[in-house]
Design a protein around this ligand. Structure first.
Ligand code: 3PG
Ligand code: MG
Length: 385
């Protein structure tokens, strides 16, 4: 039983970034080469225990077969009669993908008993467990945490590779060490900010979360994303950074838009004047401005160690993708280790046309890599033998 993280973005049956599938191949191929019957399980999205067609792993099975160059059979359910049947028909070197684990509420249940019961059903299908779903190791879920306790277990090659890179980020004393954080929510990043402040030289902030930082500095941000309840915490970080001599860099200009849309009217405003554009207090900040993008890129490209998590703006909309593109470009020129951390940032660099090989490493896990950098233990890793 191989637990992968095949949680890829799918739109109308089309996989827009197959990075997590490709990253899972080395372990699958190894197991096939050893003559194993390989049963793969994964989650996709957050269907909350219901069978939701758009979260089916069926399309993933097809793509996996193409990438592996061998047939991949598919079971419409991850446990029960069909799964048992499919497993019994599996030959040595055969590969079977089970339907989304999260179609069963027990996978993500808060009740340990429910998770254990579900894990027992999964365990009956297999003789051994290999944990290779790096992106989900931070979740205490049945297939990640309870299942490996029921079978002899091992970590896969993706987990090994991800950890070796993250360990370099934690252990290395290369400087300057720069961390770039973006994405929409500050509240998701609080842990990592406080854990990293004592270690980094530069902390660059962009994306939706930047408006809470700008508000903490006293700026008005119009209708941009704002987490008012976090303003005080962010003020604390700004003070702490000052005391530690860490350079927290906020943008000085922002791309303001009339609305959240790909064809929105937009213009560049200084951070002190975000409500003084023609959009007034209704303007929404959707990207860092060009001057800020240049300043950020310069700091990134002259770093010896750099970790980036979270887009700088709404990169899916061409007009608001430039900040993210600048960071990605700069990261490819780092003379040292440059790491793209996470699902969204990884999808962003590929959507913007960058090659994986241009970066030191593209992590397949956002939450998992952040939690590791925070110094938290990952439940799915703890339990592997
Ligand atoms: C991810 O995309 O972050 C991982 O696949 C984990 O998914 P989750 O955040 O829904 O648990
Ligand atoms: Mg996630």
């Amino acid at each position: 039983m191989l637990r992968c993280d095949l949680n890829v973005p799918i739109d109308n049956g089309v996989i827009s970034d197959d990075g997590r599938i490709r990253a899972s191949l080395p372990t699958i191929k190894y197991l096939v080469d050893q003559g194993a019957k390989v049963i793969i399980c994964s989650h996709l999205g957050r269907p909350d225990g219901a069978r939701v067609e758009k979260y089916s792993l069926r399309h993933v099975a097809k793509r996996l077969a193409e990438l592996l160059g061998q047939p991949v059979s598919f079971s419409e359910d991850c446990v029960g009669k069909e799964a048992i049947d499919r497993v019994s028909r599996l030959e040595n070197k055969g590969v079977l993908l089970l339907e989304n684990l999260r179609f069963h509420a027990a996978e993500t249940s808060d009740s340990e008993n429910e998770r254990r019961k579900f894990a027992r059903e999964l365990a009956e299908l297999a003789d051994m467990y290999v944990g290779d779903g790096f992106g989900v190791l931070h979740r205490k879920q049945a297939s990640v945490y309870e299942l490996p306790k029921l079978l002899p277990s091992a970590a896969g090659y993706l987990v090994e590779k991800e950890l070796s890179v993250l360990e370099q980020l934690v252990r290395s004393d290369s400087h300057p060490y720069t961390v770039v954080l973006g994405g929409s929510k500050v509240s998701d990043k609080l842990g990592v900010i406080s854990a990293l402040l004592p270690r980094v030289d530069n902390l660059l902030i962009g994306g939706g979360m930047v408006f809470t930082f700008l508000a903490a500095r006293g700026y008005k941000v119009g209708k941009s994303l704002l987490e008012e309840s976090e303003i005080e915490t962010v003020k604390g970080y700004l003070d702490q950074a000052k005391a530690l001599g860490v350079n927290i860099v906020l943008p000085t200009d922002i791309v303001m838009a009339s609305k959240f849309a790909t064809d929105a009217e937009h213009l560049v405003a200084q951070v002190a004047e975000l409500e003084q554009t023609s959009f007034g207090a209704n303007g929404i900040g959707l990207d860092i401005g060009p001057v800020s993008a240049e300043v950020f890129a310069e700091i990134v490209s002259t770093s010896k160690l750099c970790f980036w998590n979270g887009p700088m703006g709404v990169f899916e909309f061409e007009s608001f993708s430039k900040g993210t593109r600048s960071i990605a470009e700069a990261l490819t020129t780092v003379q040292g280790l440059g790491v793209v951390g996470g699902g969204d940032s990884a999808a962003a660099v590929r959507a913007l046309g960058f090659e994986d090989s241009a970066f030191g490493h593209i992590s397949t896990g956002g939450g998992a890599s952040l939690e590791y950098l925070e110094g938290k233990s990952l439940p799915g890793l703890e339990v592997l033998e």
